[in-house]
Design a protein around this ligand. Structure first.
Ligand SMILES: Cc1ncc(COP(=O)(O)O)c(C=O)c1O
Length: 385
């Protein structure tokens, strides 16, 4: 039997195995009622176009049309449309990170991250024999002085910083403009690549400009669609620091992994952006997220809920006396899976008293409420035992 590599995956697996489980472990956008019709429309429009050719050949870094649509979409975060030649389409942010780590960090070298990070980072760096070094965070994310000290300490093995400046996963922290400027300045001083994961950055109606805008010469700006539109629309737009760098890492013929975008999915994403469906879906995801946040506040009145609007992951803390394992098992016995804190910790076993609940996966409000009630029951059960 294959052992799953982290607790979030164990949660995800449990949710597949049990038909009755309520999945708070994964972090998907809430379902948009517009997706079905938008998909039908996109496929209807393919009639008469050469779809057979579209799935016969690879799309490499995206067609000119894909990259024009991508430039318009990322311009909303970057303030200006980047040169389409610097844009690479891929089948998701995860694939891009694999390629960037393999090309620009390489075995034996060091990647810096927030001390809590995207759960896939640990298994990916271990595949490549890359060392992970955690940077202390505060309420805004990475602390620039801690970043600076780490750079001084690690010296020549240091290659890149991977971070999520907006609605960080799992804490939902967002860096202020001043913080971004400071982080970019430290990265520049120590000649670091920045892998900026802005996958949640499209969710807020307004958010500070990405790190890319402060240090475009060293930032690989990654904007995946799977957290703002639909979880399995695995398309990510990456803006490279230059056309030359984009070609060096991804083109031509860099065929080492399955990073290249799936043509049909790219076709859907491009059409959705061109025709405004992407906007409407995003707006419905935002609205539903805020409705769900209200349900959480009502259902968990005695938990300290600190979550900014438009964010569908909530970082919760257990009171000190509680055993996190006991809590996780208690809720699991009642059919609820949660993502334990240590699956996000860059250091094994860290943040054990924390867990993340993703409120987007339950298909309806009642299921969400039922799951939240189970969290409450487990707390009462532990408190009285
Ligand atoms: C921070 C972060 N980045 C990237 C991803 C995955 O993105 P994609 O679907 O574009 O591969 C996730 C998914 O959980 C995530 O939380």
């Amino acid at each position: 039997m294959i052992e799953l590599s982290n607790a979030a995956n164990r949660g995800a697996a449990a949710s597949v195995i049990s038909a009755t489980s309520i999945d708070f472990a994964r972090n998907f956008p809430p379902p948009s009622p517009l997706i079905g019709d938008s998909l039908v429309l996109a496929f209807d429009e393919l009639e008469g176009t050469d779809t057979a050719a579209a799935i016969r050949f690879p799309r490499f870094v995206g067609t000119a049309r894909d990259r024009a649509a991508a430039a318009g979409w990322v311009a909303r975060r970057l303030g200006i449309a980047p040169d389409p030649e610097t844009i690479v389409l891929s089948n998701g942010s995860q694939s891009i990170l694999v390629m960037l780590l393999a090309s620009l960090v390489q075995p034996g070298n060091v990647l810096l991250t927030e001390e809590l990070t995207y759960a896939a980072i640990k298994p990916i760096v271990s595949l490549f024999g890359i060392k992970l070094f955690p940077i202390k965070m505060d309420d805004e994310g990475i602390i620039p002085d801690a970043l600076d000290s780490a750079c001084i300490k690690l010296g020549s093995a240091l290659r890149a910083l991977y971070c999520m400046p907006t609605l960080h996963n799992p804490t939902a922290a967002t860096m202020s403009i001043e913080r971004r400027a400071e982080v970019a300045e430290v990265a520049r001083r120590h000649n670091l690549w920045i892998f900026e994961d802005d996958i949640y950055g499209f969710l807020p109606e307004t958010a500070p400009p990405p790190l890319y805008t402060f240090a475009p010469e060293r930032t690989w700006y990654i904007l995946g669609l799977s957290k703002s539109l639909a979880a399995q629309l695995r398309v990510a737009y990456t803006v490279a620091p230059s056309e030359t760098m984009a070609r060096q890492v991804f083109w031509p013929g860099v065929k080492t992994t399955n990073w290249m975008v799936a043509p049909l999915i790219a076709e859907v994403a491009t059409r959705w952006i061109e025709q405004g469906a992407a906007d409407s879906i995003l707006s419905s995801v935002r609205t539903e997220t805020n409705v769900r946040q209200e349900i959480v506040r009502k259902s968990l009145p005695s938990w300290a809920i600190r979550v900014p609007p438009f964010c569908y992951h909530i970082w919760l803390e257990l009171p000190p006396a509680w055993s996190p394992t006991e809590f996780e098992q208690a809720v699991r016995r009642q059919g609820v899976v949660i993502a334990p804190g240590d699956s996000f910790s860059a250091i094994p076993g860290g943040f054990a008293a924390r867990f993340r609940i993703g409120i987007g996966v339950p298909s309806d409000h009642q299921t969400l409420r039922d799951g939240l009630d189970i969290l409450n029951n487990a707390r009462d059960q532990i408190a009285s035992s």
